[in-house]
Structure formats: C-alpha cells, structure tokens
Design a protein around this ligand. Structure first.
Ligand code: PMP
Length: 361
C-alpha cells in the first residue's frame, strides 16, 4: 500500500510526519553539506551543531535547569536499568523501588545485582491495574535513591502524582511518557527515557541528571556505564548514535514549533479522553485500569474473549490500523497514542471499534 497506516505500536512508534519528510529530504545531503547524517563524522562541525541544537531544544521544551546534565546514551531504557544502580548506589548501597509493571520489575531486578534493593510497594496483586500511593515514610531514610516508572507501557497506567521522597533522589523511567506532559525536572535526581516512543528511532536513551549526583561510579564500573564519561564528553566520548540524536533533535524542534509540551499534552488529553470515554460507554470493550491512574499514551482494553481480541487485532490491521495487540505477556489490545498519533488516527480506531462491536454482538 502507498498509504501510511495508523501505527499504534508501543515502540518503536509513529514519528511526526513533517519530521520524517524533512529527514527524507535531507537524507543523502544534509542541508547542502554534501554528506548524510548517517555518514558524517561525529566530530564534524555539522554534527556538533546538530548535537548542541538537540540538547538546547530539549532544555527549552522541558525547562531543564543549568545544574542538570543532558546525555544521549546508547543501549535504550534497558541499559539505564544497570547504569542507575552502578552510579547511584554511592553511600548505603540501598535503593527503594516501586513496582508498577514489567519494566519496573526489570529495573529492580537489574539493581539487585548491585545492591540492597527494597520493593516498597507493588500493584502486582491486581495485575498492575493501579498505581500504589507511596509517601516519604515508606522509604528507607538512608536509601541512596528511589526508583519509579512514571508511565507503564504494558499495563497502561501512569502516576497521578509525583512521590515525595524528601532528600532522597528520585529516579524516574519516563520512556513512554516523556514530552507528553510538563514535568518539574527539579523534583528528580535523574530522568531517563528510551527514545523510540515519543522522541526518535530506537538506539539511545536520554538521561537528565542533577550534576551533584554525577561522579560516584565505582572504579570497576565499565567506562561506558559511568554517567560522568557522558557528561564530561558531551555525549561524544565514543561514536554516538548520530542518526537517532539527529532525529531526536528534529522532533524537539517540531514540538517547540507546535507550542511546546503544553500543546502536546492538550492534544494527548483530548485523544485519550475520547478513546477512554468510548471504551467506558461501550458494551463490548472494557478498560481494566483504575480511572485515576490511566495512561494518556497507552490505552489498554479487552473484550473479555481472547479469541475475539485476536480477531479484533487481525481485522484492524486489514483496516490500516496497525499493532493493536497487547504486549505478548498479557494479550488483549493496546492502542499506543503517543504525541505523533494524530486525532484522525484515534477517530479511525473508534470508528473501527464501533463497526467491530456491531458485527460481533
Ligand atoms: N522502560 C519502559 C517504560 C519501556 O516501555 C521500555 C520498552 N518498551 C523499556 C524501559 C525498555 O526500553 P528499551 O527497549 O529501550 O531497552
């Protein structure tokens, strides 16, 4: 087909079409410099400008204060699961994790290799359908950090609040919600996000880290896994993923031009409200997630009949609505509606859902 589908994949996911078209127009010869970004030296003046602009635009749209470093690191979200404990278990060797889904569990499991990890709360008892309430008293006073997963991609939940950890640095995995909502960066010691949902093609993670927390990795930590190496060398200690950084920069610029994160958020709320309202009113579909804790980005729903769910996903694909299957671990359906999913995509999905409901009563 020559037509672009509405792609509801949880990641990699849709990127803004104007960005893709601009990247395509510059693919073989970036802005007349005679080279593609895929080919150019990461030490060239052209790439240095791409990197500096990407960082500055991210700082602008997220209001990142000067005492935070911005790093682009290979290895996606998963490598951050290891880098966090390797760098932040710096005094007591203890860290507290809140478990709200598969990714939070994986992050904690990785950390357990390196320190004394306490699970302070978990919603696993109800298949992660809600976000536990945690307070300052729930954390060990000498914990080196507290880790949360702000948006849970698989279960479709999102924290309706930012936990108060007092003086303990709060670390947040924002892989599946970064740039969809305004975030007060100063509430966090470290924010990280794999980029392949709201930001860029896969291959890097963005890390935003308070300066005074950098530089505590032990001597035997591999060089690449020390945040200080990335911070001191402006994300070019070694050859970075130039192309992913470039596209990320284009997306940051695009968001800025569209009115910034508040404008993205407004549209995200409109899209998600429309879809949840339809699901809640329907007699075929059900969203198992606690209302207050629902994600704007990942909308999870089921019919209650796994065979019918499979039929839904297959017929939707034939109708140009791609990747609506739930994560392989839970099945059902999941519509990931990140920033780049237009309202038309949500409308097309709802129209299809109505038709499918009519045909499968
Ligand atoms: N954290 C979250 C919230 C995720 O959704 C994912 C992947 N979907 C990861 C971490 C892992 O990221 P990566 O695949 O980039 O390692």
């Amino acid at each position: 087909s020559n037509e672009r589908a509405y792609n509801f994949s949880a990641g990699p996911s849709m990127l803004p079409l104007p960005v893709i078209e601009d990247v395509a127009a510059n693919l073989a010869n970036y802005k007349g410099c005679g080279e593609s970004v895929m080919e150019m030296s990461h030490r060239s003046a052209e790439f240095k400008a791409i990197l500096a602009d990407a960082e500055q635009n991210l700082r602008d749209i997220m209001n990142i204060p000067d005492n935070y470093k911005v790093m682009f690191i290979q290895g996606g979200g998963t490598l951050q699961f290891a880098m966090v404990p390797l760098n932040l278990l710096r005094k007591s060797g203890k860290a507290d994790y809140v478990i709200t889904g598969t990714w939070a569990k994986k992050a904690a499991k990785e950390a357990e290799k390196f320190g004394d990890i306490k699970i302070v709360a978990s919603s696993e008892d109800s298949t992660f359908s809600y976000i536990p309430k945690v307070n300052r008293e729930d954390f060990r006073p000498d914990a080196d950090y507290v880790h949360i997963t702000l948006n849970n991609t698989i279960y479709g939940t999102h924290y309706p609040y930012i936990p108060d950890t007092g003086d303990i640095p709060l670390v947040a995995d924002m892989s599946s919600c970064i740039l969809s909502e305004e975030i007060d960066v100063t509430k966090f010691g470290l924010i990280y996000a794999g980029v392949q949902k709201n930001v860029a093609p896969s291959g890097i993670a963005v890390a935003i880290m308070r300066e005074d927390l950098i530089g505590f990795a032990k001597e035997n930590v591999p060089t690449y896994l020390d945040y200080k190496i990335h911070a001191d060398n402006g994300s070019t200690y070694n050859t970075p993923n130039c192309f992913s950084i470039y596209v990320a920069g284009e997306v940051f610029k695009y968001i800025k031009d569209m009115g910034g994160v508040p404008a993205m958020h407004k549209l995200d709320v409109e899209k998600a409200d429309k879809l949840y309202d339809y699901i809640d009113a329907s007699s075929l579909y059900n969203c198992p997630v606690n209302k207050e804790d629902r994600s704007l980005m990942n909308v999870v729903f089921v019919t209650g009949n796994p065979d019918l769910d499979k039929k839904f996903v297959a017929e939707a694909k034939a109708a140009n609505l791609h990747n609506l299957g739930g994560h392989r671990s839970i099945g059902g359906m999941r519509a990931s509606i990140y920033n780049a999913m237009p309202m038309e995509g949500v409308d097309a999905l709802i129209d299809f859902m109505k038709k499918f409901e009519e045909e499968n009563k």
